[in-house]
Design a binder for this molecule. Structure first.
Ligand code: DAH
Length: 345
C-alpha cells in the first residue's frame, strides 16, 4: 500500500520536472495544478495516515521535495519569461525626461553641389541621364573619337577590369554622351552626373575617384555662342551674379573646337590661392562643339545636326564653396567632417 503511494509521489515529481510551460498562460496552468488551492500535491498529504510510522518522516520529506520542485520550476520559468507589462498600469516610460540628441545626419558636400548643378540646368531644359560606371571601351573611348592607340588615351589613366581590355571603370561621364546619342534621336538635351575613376596617385589635389556632370545638347543649328551663353548662366548661378569666366582654347578628342572654362576666384583667400595655383582662375570645366566624327559614330547625321558638350568636375567646386583644402576629406566618410554640412546648398 505505502509503496504504491510512494510511486504516486514519484510520478508527480517526474511530471513537475518534465513540465515546460513556454508562455504566461501555460505557466498559470502549471501554477494552478501544483501550487493552487486545489493542487494535486495536497491530496497526497492526506495519504500520510496510511503510511507506517517508521516511513512517515521519509514520506514527509518526499512531499516537501515535491512542493519545492513545483515552486522552483514556477519561479525559474517565470524569470525566463520576464515580467509582462501591465497594460492597465500605463507605460513605464518617464514622459517628463527631455529627449536626447537626435542624430539626423547631413548631406555630403559633393551631393549638395551636384544637386544644385542639376537644379540650375533643369531650369533651362536639361534633363538628367544616368548610366553605368563599368563601361566598355567603345563608349568610353572609341565612340568619343579616341580609337585604340590614340595618343589622347594617355590623358586618362584607365582602370581596366581584371583580364579584360574592353571593360573598364569609366574615366569620364562623356561615355554617357555615346549612350544617349546611340539610343535617341535629336534634339537631345541632357546632363549626366556620376562617379568616374582614374588610376592616379592620391594626393591633396587629385584622387582616383571623383564626380563629373556631363552636358550634351544636340539639335539643328547649335552654335558655339549657344554653349557660351549656357555656361555663363551656369557660372553665375553657381558662383554669383558678378562672376567672370574665360574660355581658353584647349584640346579634347571629342570636341572641335575645344575649350576650358575658368571662373575668377581671385587670390585673396588661402583656399582660392591653393585651388587656382595662385593665378586666381579656377578651372571648372572642359567643353566644345561635338566633333562630327562623334556624331557619326553614334549614328547621328553630322551634316544635319550639330551640338555642344561639356564636362564639369564637381569636387573642385565643392572644395571652393566649402573651403576644403584636401580632396581626400571628401572620400574618408569621417563624421567629424561630414557633420559640418547642412542639408541645403
Ligand atoms: N571628358 C573630359 C574629361 O574628363 C571633360 C570634357 C571635356 C567633357 C570637353 C566634354 C567636353 O563633354 O566637351 O577630362
Amino acid at each position: 500500500m505505502s509503496e504504491e503511494i510512494f510511486d504516486r509521489v514519484k510520478l508527480v515529481l517526474g511530471e513537475i520536472q518534465s513540465a515546460q510551460p513556454s508562455n504566461a498562460e501555460e505557466l498559470e496552468v502549471f501554477r494552478i495544478k501544483y501550487l493552487g488551492s486545489k493542487n494535486t500535491i495536497k491530496p497526497l498529504f492526506a495519504e500520510m495516515r496510511h503510511i507506517p510510522n517508521e516511513q512517515k518522516k521519509e514520506f514527509g520529506q518526499k512531499l516537501n521535495e515535491l512542493k519545492q520542485a513545483a515552486e522552483s520550476k514556477h519561479q525559474s520559468v517565470k524569470d525566463s519569461l520576464g515580467t509582462p507589462q501591465k497594460s492597465s498600469a500605463g507605460p513605464s516610460i518617464d514622459m517628463t525626461v527631455p529627449a536626447g540628441d537626435l542624430n539626423i545626419g547631413s548631406r555630403h558636400p559633393v551631393s549638395l553641389v551636384l544637386n544644385h548643378m542639376i537644379e540650375v540646368f533643369a531650369r533651362i531644359g536639361f534633363s538628367v541621364a544616368e548610366d553605368r560606371e563599368i563601361e566598355d571601351d567603345w563608349h568610353n573611348f572609341t565612340a568619343m573619337n579616341t580609337p585604340p592607340h590614340h595618343p589622347a588615351r594617355d590623358m586618362q589613366d584607365t582602370f581596366y577590369l581584371k583580364d579584360s581590355t574592353s571593360e573598364l571603370l569609366r574615366t569620364h561621364t562623356s561615355s554617357v554622351q555615346a549612350r544617349m546619342m546611340t539610343a535617341h534621336e535629336p534634339p537631345i538635351r541632357i546632363i549626366a552626373p556620376g562617379r568616374v575613376f582614374r588610376n592616379e596617385t592620391i594626393s591633396a589635389r587629385s584622387h582616383c575617384q571623383f564626380h563629373q556632370v556631363e552636358g550634351l545638347y544636340v539639335d539643328e543649328g547649335v552654335s558655339f555662342a549657344d554653349m557660351k551663353q549656357t555656361l555663363l548662366y551656369f557660372a553665375k548661378e553657381m558662383y554669383g551674379a558678378e562672376t567672370k569666366i574665360r574660355l581658353r582654347p584647349s584640346y579634347f578628342p571629342f570636341t572641335e573646337p575645344s575649350a576650358e572654362m575658368d571662373v575668377w576666384l581671385g587670390t585673396e583667400t588661402t583656399t582660392a590661392k591653393k585651388l587656382t595655383k595662385g593665378t586666381g582662375w579656377l578651372e571648372v570645366l572642359g567643353c566644345g562643339m561635338i566633333d562630327p566624327n562623334v556624331l557619326d559614330n553614334c549614328g547621328i547625321d553630322s551634316k544635319l545636326y550639330s551640338g555642344y558638350a561639356f564636362g564639369i568636375g564637381i569636387e573642385r567646386s565643392a572644395m571652393q564653396k566649402y573651403n576644403i583644402s584636401d580632396i581626400r576629406m571628401l572620400f574618408e566618410n569621417d563624421n567629424r567632417f561630414l557633420s559640418q554640412f547642412s542639408s541645403a546648398f
